[in-house]
Design a protein around this ligand. Structure first.
Ligand code: SF4
Length: 474
């Protein structure tokens, strides 16, 4: 019997799905990468509520999945980032709807639901009161209520949330790659940016115990992993919810750096995403001390205009952001700088948009993820007019995309003739080539000869494209 898992959205969701796989593998199911495989009994989605598009795709999928329910006994579930308004609708469509921190209870939910399981013959069906698998519940009878959320919604407080997420983190992930791994260090967010639903879908910030994080990093690097991404919605406020009892984020990074020194294994440590308000010089200085702490910072800008930042409740000004970037350039001169930007936020004027465009030119980002604003029900900004037209958002998106390429194209051209240390991570789309990335996460294509996935290699850059480079092993 097989299962199929579909994570949408960010790296945190992909990381969560690695733990979901462990639980289903533990029940004896085998993963399938084909959702239409007739042997697939369980189909699940790890949802993302950041953009309406991802939610629309959930509706498309569940319609297809429910269409085969009359032919065979199957089970569908949804977890991840789900807003209360969507949850109500999903309860009528999915068999199971549960917050991700209830994952350890998934085997019980499946058994009680009554879908055939690989261990079904060993299950005392009468004693557990299971629904017969011959009579699966109707679509629309989800049996698990979704409970996590902001305390304001009458949901569990931080201590209860902490207990649940800590038991979730104890589930060992089934890593997708032997070379690159996600390591969650925190869940939830206390920042309440007005465009964002995370504090309502994942709840308040909870830091994972540092001993567990460090044990996982040590395990990974001792077992061949070469790139570790520390994940959290707001990584640099790590430890603030347990001030005095837990390491701060710079201390955590130092401890990871020490693992590098002690083991003498080459690997790279990244983190995403930090909040500009909480980034400290101390963190940058720690990064400059250790080889294994990669020269790469993803620093979300969102807008280059003070008034828009205020309306977004980002809690910092452009002066603050500028001083962080200056510190990065001074303390980590080699660091690549990535960012996130939203265009067409509620009320964003042409002049305010131009400030963002100016800031892009000023900071010369190595990469920018640009999003057209769309209000999410549940986020504070959903109450405001979405008053920048779709066409105007598209124009602003194109404008910033053009500026990005004007910046990255010469940056990458300047790399031609230089030698970069590249981590090889997988097959390239072009046959006979592999792909990897530099320490600053610039994608690199290289000829496969004599090189393997997981190798660090010196690569002479021979050509450049706007967002990637190509080279040959020296
Ligand atoms: S910092 Fe803001 S954008 Fe990031 S997760 Fe928290 S509320 Fe959302």
């Amino acid at each position: 019997m097989k299962y199929y898992i579909l994570p949408f959205g960010c790296q945190m969701n992909r990381s969560d799905s690695e733990r979901v796989r462990t639980v289903l593998n533990g029940m004896g199911y085998v993963e399938s990468d084909d959702e239409n495989d007739p042997e697939v009994t369980i189909r699940g989605i790890i949802a993302c509520s950041v953009r309406q598009k991802a939610i629309d795709r959930v509706y498309g999928r569940i319609r297809n999945w429910n269409a085969v329910k009359s032919e065979r006994s199957t089970l569908t579930f949804i977890s991840g980032c789900v807003l209360p308004a969507d949850r109500e609708k999903f309860l009528k469509m999915f068999d199971l709807v549960f917050p991700i921190d209830q994952l350890p209870e998934l085997p019980d939910m499946i058994l009680h639901y009554g879908v055939p399981t690989p261990g079904a013959f060993e299950v005392p069906r009468v004693e557990t009161g299971m629904v017969s698998s011959d009579q699966p519940p109707e679509v629309g009878q989800a049996i698990i209520p979704f409970e996590i959320g902001a305390p304001a919604l009458g949901k569990p407080g931080r201590e209860e949330a902490r207990k649940r997420i800590e038991s979730f983190w104890k589930v060992k992930p089934s890593y997708t790659s032997p070379v690159e791994a996600y390591v969650p260090i925190q869940n939830g967010c206390d920042k309440f940016c007005t465009f964002c639903a995370v504090p309502y879908t994942r709840g308040r910030e909870v830091s994972r115990p540092s001993a567990e994080i460090l044990a996982e990093v040590r395990f990974l690097v001792n077992n061949g992993c070469k790139s570790v991404m520390l994940l959290g919605q707001n990584v640099n406020s790590y430890g603030l919810d347990k001030k005095g009892e837990e390491l701060s984020f710079p201390e955590l990074m130092r401890a990871v750096g020490e693992i590098g020194r002690e083991t003498e294994i080459e690997f790279r440590t990244y983190f995403t995403s930090p909040h500009p308000r909480d980034i400290t010089r101390n963190l940058l200085e720690v990064m400059s001390e250790y080889e294994v702490l990669a020269n790469w910072i993803h620093l979300p800008l969102q807008s280059g205009d003070d008034k828009v930042l205020l309306k977004m409740n980002r809690n910092h000004s452009m002066d603050r952001y500028r001083s962080v970037v200056n510190d990065i350039r001074r303390i980590l001169p080699e660091a690549a700088l990535f960012t996130d930007i939203i265009v067409g936020f509620s009320g964003e004027s042409e002049e305010q948009f131009k400030h963002t465009a100016d800031v892009m030119r000023e900071f010369k980002y190595d990469m920018a993820y640009i999003a057209r604003y769309s209000p999410r029900p549940g986020a504070a900004s959903a109450r405001w007019d979405d008053d920048v037209s779709r066409e105007e958002k598209e124009r602003r998106f194109r404008k910033l995309s053009t500026i990005l390429l004007e910046i990255t194209t010469p940056l990458n051209r300047r790399r031609v003739g230089t030698v970069e240390r590249v981590l090889v991570t997988g097959e390239d789309r072009k046959v006979g080539f592999l792909s990897g990335y530099t320490e600053g996460r610039i994608p690199v294509r290289l000829a496969a000869e004599g090189v393997g996935i997981g190798d660090f290699v010196e690569v002479e850059i021979i050509s450049a494209r706007p967002l990637s480079i190509e080279g040959r092993v020296c």
